[in-house]
Design a protein around this ligand. Structure first.
Ligand code: XMP
Length: 315
């Protein structure tokens, strides 16, 4: 794939197909940022980039991204909607329904923003594995990626998905070609930490998961910078699972939760192998998580499952 030619073709195609105004659902990941930059090249001021803070973002993410969007010259708006997302998910523990609820909420908010901006089009950074895994007439549904399965049947906005036929490594090629800072960034699922807290989602649990996830990222990136890990894993994060176990904190009994550490190598997310992280790095992660999260987390485990048979995320 020639990234220069791809960009040129997409800019041309978007310029001719998008007549009015558009909004882009911008998450700050590689996919949506590349989609936004391409459409911005095609229609400029007629594009509004909307970033929704769902309350399921990583530590410091919203602040970091808002300065990146300004740097990219994108006309953008940050919508803080964590209360709405937590309320919508109240009492829901089924993974598939959580995704669909989140997808619908996103669309509801984007439709509102689109109405105010007078937009007729919705740009998304959907890539090939998203719709392949969400199932079509010939395929089994593995999981409903929120940007595919959350879409209502009668959505008023017309969809624009310039990256629909690309795989992740191809999107990165395009991102490098466009000089986008997040080109090497690991993927982060649209439903965010809500699918990394297994089962029903509370503010407290998302807080625990957010802290653990930041520790996993920091320790792995530090080990990479110090040469203890040759290549950064393709994706690395934590998952909070609803399993409690007995532990000791000081000399007091604790009955806390379990954090799973997940790190995988992959090319396109369709298959993955667990990363063989050095024991020293795993130990640093475990010690920091239990020290920082005190009595809430009494156990840290490492996931050694490949995809297939597992998936990368736990939900
Ligand atoms: P799985 O868990 O299916 O994940 O092996 C494959 C890749 O997709 C990401 N992922 C998602 N991305 N919405 C997204 O935008 C989702 O609902 C979703 N579920 C998984 C996952 O992080 C991995 O990179």
């Amino acid at each position: 794939m020639d990234p220069g030619r791809f960009v040129e073709e997409q800019v041309r195609s978007v310029s001719s197909s998008v007549q009015g105004r558009a909004i882009v659902a911008l998450s700050g990941g590689v996919d949506s940022t590349v989609a936004a930059v391409i459409v911005n090249r095609a229609i400029g001021e007629r594009l509004l980039a909307v970033y929704v803070d769902t309350g399921f973002m990583r530590k410091g993410e919203t602040e970091r991204l808002s300065s990146m969007f300004s740097g990219l010259g994108l006309n953008h708006r940050i919508v803080r909607a964590s209360d709405e997302f937590f309320d919508a998910l109240e009492g829901e523990s089924d993974a598939e329904r959580k995704r669909v609820i989140i997808g619908r909420k996103f669309i509801e908010l984007f439709e509102k923003e689109a109405g105010e901006f007078d937009a007729e089009y919705l740009v998304q950074g959907t890539i090939a594995p998203d719709w392949i895994e969400s199932g079509g007439s010939l395929r089994d549904r593995i999981k409903s990626h929120h940007n595919v399965a959350g879409l209502p049947r009668e959505m008023k906005l017309k969809l624009v998905e310039p990256l629909r036929d690309l795989y992740k490594d191809e999107v990165r090629l395009v991102a490098r070609y466009l000089n986008i800072a997040v080109s090497e960034r690991q993927p982060f699922p649209g439903p965010g930490l809500a699918v990394r807290v297994l089962g029903s989602v509370s503010r407290e649990d998302v807080g625990i998961e957010r802290e653990a996830c930041a520790i996993v990222e920091e320790e792995i990136e530090k080990a990479h910078a110090e040469g203890k890990i040759e290549a950064l894993p393709w994706q690395y994060f934590s998952v909070l699972i609803p399993v409690r176990s007995v532990g000791v904190q000081g000399d007091v009994r604790a009955y806390g939760r379990t954090i799973v550490v997940r790190a995988v190598m992959s090319r396109d997310a369709m298959t993955a192998r667990f990363s063989h992280l050095p024991p020293e790095v795993l130990e640093n992660i475990s010690t920091r998580i239990t020290n920082t999260l005190g009595r809430s987390v009494t156990r840290v485990v490492y996931d050694i499952t490949n995809k297939p048979p597992g998936t990368i995320e736990w939900e």
